[in-house]
Ligand binder design. Structure first.
Ligand SMILES: C[S@@+](CC[C@H](N)C(=O)[O-])C[C@H]1O[C@@H](n2cnc3c(N)ncnc32)[C@H](O)[C@@H]1O
Length: 284
């Protein structure tokens, strides 16, 4: 506990939010125990060999390398996904995208076929398959590196059937149709990215975060193309930046191809999700 305390102060001094919590995660990782176990073994002395592993990790965290890259994994829903600097770190907001999906589409709804655009670590795609929300799952990403991580995560989670395809947005799935398309695309503007914490700016892949000067370039392109891969009545759901909801809902409404276009709040009350439903042919 003594080590956790001073390392927590050290990290906080380097600008790390939740310094103490970060120190505890790193310590538990080095000791091969759960974080709460530290509190049960609070007076256990650390061996020099343990400190020799811990110190460099602490130094890297102080230099603002993300905790999840140091631990090598991040939780997502019921999954533990391997992450490294080839992929964006899955976030709690994206876990909540699936919560919103259940709310809008119905809690017992099982989709025949779902698509995750910009899958990164595979988080959304693997959760859809693992939670039985979709019978078949396809996922795309422009980054070959990310797809390598995603495929390996899918295998490790017992979901090797997910069809991962490389290419931009919907290009790799031309000709296929889905009854659910979800995406957490890059949506930061250049300025937002420049102002982001070092963990994001210096470590996460830039192409996973930034979408053109204003942040909306990829969302606009996705909205323009998504109707072609959605079955009539199919659902489309996006995670967006907290100031982008109205604009994105406008993009979707303006296509004239969707109904039930709605914004949804995250747990902190920010409008972070847009869901819509494709019209059937006779509704056109
Ligand atoms: C914000 S990350 C989301 C990763 C993952 N879905 C998640 O929620 O944790 C965005 C992902 O989109 C991918 N991406 C960026 N541009 C793309 C494009 N034009 N087409 C497909 N994927 C793209 C990035 O490589 C990155 O993996």
């Amino acid at each position: 506990m003594e080590v956790a305390r001073w390392s927590g102060d050290f990290l906080r001094g380097k600008g790390v939010e939740d310094g103490r919590l970060n120190a505890e995660y790193l310590l538990a990782h080095v000791l091969g125990i759960g974080r709460l176990q530290l509190y049960l073994d609070f007076d256990r002395p650390l061996a020099e060999t343990e400190l020799a592993v811990y110190r460099p990790l602490l130094r890297r965290r102080a230099a603002r390398e993300p905790l999840q890259y140091l631990l090598g994994s991040a939780p997502f829903r019921d999954l533990e996904l391997a992450v490294d600097p080839r992929v964006a770190i899955p976030r709690p907001e994206t876990e909540y995208l699936l919560e919103v999906l259940a709310r809008v589409a119905g809690h017992d709804r099982v989709f025949e076929s779902a698509l995750d655009v910009g899958t990164g670590s595979g988080a959304i795609a693997i959760a859809l398959a693992a939670e039985g929300l979709a019978r078949s799952v396809t996922a795309t990403d422009i980054s070959a590196d990310a797809l390598e991580v995603a495929r390996s995560n899918a295998r490790a989670c017992g979901r090797p059937a997910i069809d991962f395809r490389r290419g931009s947005l919907l290009d790799p799935v031309g000709g296929l149709t889905f009854d659910l398309v979800l995406s957490n695309p890059p949506y930061l503007s250049e300025a937002e990215w420049r102002g982001a914490e070092p963990e994001v700016r210096e470590w996460e892949p830039r192409a996973a975060m930034v979408a053109g000067q204003g942040g909306l370039a990829l969302i606009a392109a996705l909205v323009a193309g998504v109707e072609a891969v959605l079955r009539p009545d199919g659902w489309f759901g996006l995670e967006v930046g907290s100031a982008q909801g109205e604009t994105v809902a406008g993009f979707i409404s303006d296509t004239g191809r969707f109904r039930s276009v709605r914004l949804h709040d995250d747990l902190t009350g920010r409008q972070r999700y847009v869901f819509a439903r494709r019209l059937t042919h006779d509704q056109h």
